[in-house]
Design a protein around this ligand. Sequence first.
Ligand code: SF4
Length: 400
Amino acid sequence: MSSTPGLSYSSFHTYLECPLRWKYLYVDRLPETPRGYFSFGRVVHTVLEELLRPLVVPGPRRAGSTDSQRTLDEWQPKSRPLSGPAGMSREEMLALYDRSWTADGYTSAEEETRYRNLGRDLLLRFYDQLERERPQPVAVEEHLEARWDGIPIHGYIDRIDRVAGGGLEVVDYKTSRELSAADALESDQLSLYQVLVESNYTEPVQGLTLYHLRSLTPHRVPPRERASLTSLYDRLGTVSDGIRAQAYEPTPGRQCSRCDFRAICPEFRSVPSGDEARLKELVDRFDRLRSDEERIGTELRDTAAALHHAAEELGIHRLPGSRSVAVRRRDETWQYSLDGLRPELERLGLAGRVSTGRPEEVRRLVRDPTVDPELRRRVAGTGARRVTWYWDLERPDRDG
Ligand code: SF4
């Protein structure tokens, strides 16, 4: 069996959406069609990284943590005088933007121009904002790794800031059109980054931010409580186990419309022309039988109800037909509604004995002589009998 795979947020998210798509990307390493908005996001991230890197003052790290940036001991301030809010002038920033620009993935020259202008405008406004207020980053575009209770995780974090009053803030830039505080509250990506940062730095995370670049709005939320990280950990564990077991089932959904692998995905593979007629016939037969099954099911239920009605009316349980005898049988179950007694049972330390509410469990309590008789009587009183009737057929020739 292969070792537990290391999970980034995007790998985790891809597997959750469709394990087969994950295999195409991470095992088979099939390339995806470049898309303009991804190229755009990459270029903007590159420029922001270079713009803010001179402001970085590394923070104290845990012993043995990954160390992809300088440590505080090694750090020296830049000797070059700062010519802008972060040591880069507007013109230098725009020149870097132009050098970094790539036309990959845009569907037309108009689309590329639109994105290019958007990026330029967004960066200039970000620059102005930086002049008004400088963050105190301890890292930009930092790759962090950790083992989260046995599960290896990693990720590139756009920015980690020092917070006034102590602690760190995780900042993730978003170039998307829309973003809200609810996105920040629900973001698994931010949760994972919190774990990565706290595993690598000695200071706690005090804030999580999705930074909406188009509006320069930081959607800042408090760090996740330990308990709320449990759900993410469980899902990471499920994904990690699935990958180790090489469980790569196609899982169709909305993501298929933007999946590059539809042509090879079994979910969308078309029937070879030589098999078309044979399979069409099979599908039609299956369709017909399914309809018959539904019709027969309805007829069966109606007939059983009519027999039941007759049996009740006449007070008899055996109804002879020409080939067989219909025999009415009954199933009896008991149900106990203990909700009203739960507080009392809990107070007396007895709730655990009837936690599932199954009749045998409740009866054991009702028969227990060490339990107060009055309470046992009340527990027994919550029981109700449920009788269901069904019909069997006795065939003399078959049943002897
Ligand atoms: S087309 Fe849909 S089901 Fe097939 S691999 Fe892509 S996402 Fe998965």
